[in-house]
Structures are given as C-alpha cells and as structure tokens.
Design a protein. Structure first.
Length: 335
C-alpha cells in the first residue's frame, strides 16, 4: 500500500493464540518465490520460545525472514503491494493471502502477529503505528505541503482515537532523513527492524505469563480453573469500569472536536506557505493552537482549545499575515 494519499500505513499487533480457522478463496495464487516466504522456517520451532509472525508489504522486504532471540522467534514474510482490501487484484488481498497453506501453517504456530499493511481497528491488544513520512507527491496531493498536512492530520486524529478506542500507538520515530531516493520507502532498513524487535520484546512479557504455566505432579482439580464468586465479582466490576471509561473517553473526544470547531480563526493564505513554515511562524509569536487542518480554497484554519487562546491569536494574526509579502519577509528574517 502506497504511503502517499490516504493509503496510509498502520501496524497492527495482535497478542493472541492464532488457532482460528481462516476462511477464503484457497485457489487464489500469489508468487511465493518473490515474497520472502521461507518454506520450513517454523517446522521445528524452539519449545521455549514464542513465535512472532510478521506479514508485511514491501516496507519489510529487507527484514530477515527469520530472527531468533532468547525469548521469541520472529518470522517475517513480505509481499510487495499487499493491501487490506483490493477488489481488482485478489493476489494482493490480505484475506486471500491468509488463505494460502503456507501462511496458515505459519499462523498456526504463532503466538503473536504483526501486520505491517494498512488500516483496521480492534481492542487494546492491537497497536497501530503513526504513519511514516512520505515526500512522493501524487495527483491527489501535488505538493509536499498538502501531503505533509494529510499525514499530520491523520497522525493527530489517530492519537485522539487511541484514547477513545483504547488501542496502543506505536511510534517508529521516522523522519524525512530516513527516506530512500524514491521519497516513499525507508532507506535505513534496520531502524524498522529494531523497532519491531523492541516491540515484540515488550509484547512477549505480556504473553509469556499467560501461556507458560508451572508443572505439577498432583492430580488437577477440574473445578480449580473456574473463577470463584469473589473473582467473578472483580471481573464484573472491571468490565463495568472499562465500559464507563470508554464512555467518558468518547464523550471527551466529542467535546474536544466541538471545541475545536467553535474556536477557529480563518485567514487567506498564499500557496508558498508550507505547513512547517506556518507552525514556525505561530511558534515565533507564541500562539497556542491545538490543530491546523489542511488548507482548502486558499483558506487557512487554525483551531484552539479555548476562547482565550483564540482571542489572543486573533489579535496577533493580521488578516493578510499569510500573504505573499509577509511570506518573503518571514523567510528572509528566519533563514
């Protein structure tokens, strides 16, 4: 999936046993020879380690297909062009790939898995990464400013959504300096790899306590696994607390969105002003803003969290402050 436009890349990590039946079109074909799919890498996995499976698009093509640590074994399979949904090219459709015997076999032996593919949502067991930087313009985003604005808005909304939906944010700390010559893919390959290894190290600490149980020579009590009445009460209270917290987070999120729309100022803007320069200028005059959406019809919108910050900004930001003349003046002064 391309990183430009709204095809923004996310990472999903599910820390769960993968013994579910995967339904799909078993006849779907994909060239496994070109997809970094080692045939027998998991035939004899170490009994003491946890298998972590990565299914990714071309962003993981330089990651080693198998990597073993003392605590887990990482299996990576990269398929260039892989997408969550593709109605025109079935062989690059995640659901179809998951139906392949080779992938089914890998999943059956995995305890944790990570998709470096596209968008999705689920419970707290899922981690979603902030979008990687991208400078490759498209017809939909013809300038770097519009592309950067789109990516920044996406990342901001994702972080707000994580508070409401209770999933984790995974930050790879990528910058434009990490981009390859195509201005889209990451050049420093090991940066992603090391981040994934670190992430699974943390995941492993959670899973290992759930799947490794002490052995015992005594006869097991068949009722010992059933929760006691006090345990059940605790579980019910925890579920209720989570539901209450989710409702509060959702309400807080809606209130924040409403505040932002209420406390907004608009200014005409010349096309030479980039998102980075806009933020640099606002920071230079100590303006406290909450968000800057993408420019539409040559109109810049600046959102604030309260009326005081909006009024302060309105006094300092003149009507023509983002015009061509002030652009040249600010650039010459700051650079």
């Amino acid at each position: 999936m391309c990183c430009s436009g709204f095809d923004l890349r996310l990472v999903l990590c599910m820390t769960c046993g993968v013994n579910h039946e995967i339904r799909g079109n078993a006849s779907t074909y994909v060239d496994l020879k070109s997809c970094s799919l080692p045939g027998k890498m998991m035939d004899n996995p170490p009994s003491s380690s946890i298998n972590s499976f990565v299914l990714a698009d071309s962003h993981a093509k330089f990651i080693s297909t198998t990597y073993t640590t003392l605590s887990f074994c990482l299996i990576a399979r990269s398929i260039p062009g892989l997408k969550w949904f593709d109605y025109y090219d079935a062989k690059h459709f995640v659901h179809a790939i998951l139906s392949l015997p080779e992938i089914k076999f890998a999943l059956s032996q995995a305890t944790a898995m990570l998709f470096l593919v596209g968008t999705n949502s689920s419970t707290w067991k899922i981690s979603i990464s902030l979008t990687f930087p991208c400078s490759k313009t498209t017809a939909r985003f013809p300038t770097e400013q519009s592309l950067l604005s789109n990516i920044n808005i996406y990342n901001e909304e994702l972080q707000l959504l994580s508070a409401v939906m209770n999933f984790k944010i995974l930050h790879f700390h990528m910058t434009n300096n990490h981009l390859a010559q195509d201005n889209m893919h990451i050049h420093f390959r090991h940066h992603i790899f090391n981040s994934i290894i670190h992430h699974f190290d943390q995941v492993n600490q959670t899973i290992s306590t759930a799947i490794i149980t002490p052995t015992s020579t005594s006869i097991a009590d068949p009722t010992s696994s059933l929760p006691s009445s006090s345990d059940q009460i605790k579980i019910n209270k925890k579920s209720k607390s989570r539901a209450v917290l989710d409702r509060k987070n959702k309400k807080r999120f809606e209130q924040l969105k409403l505040k932002r729309h209420q406390h907004t100022i608009k200014r005409k803007i010349h096309h030479q002003w980039t998102a980075a320069l806009i933020k640099e200028y606002l920071d230079s005059i100590h303006i406290k803003y909450s968000r800057i959406p993408s420019v539409y019809n040559k109109i810049l919108r600046i959102m604030f969290n309260n009326q005081h910050d909006q009024d302060t900004a309105a006094e300092q930001i003149g009507i023509d402050i983002f015009g061509e003349n002030h652009y040249q003046e600010f650039v010459n002064k700051s650079h």
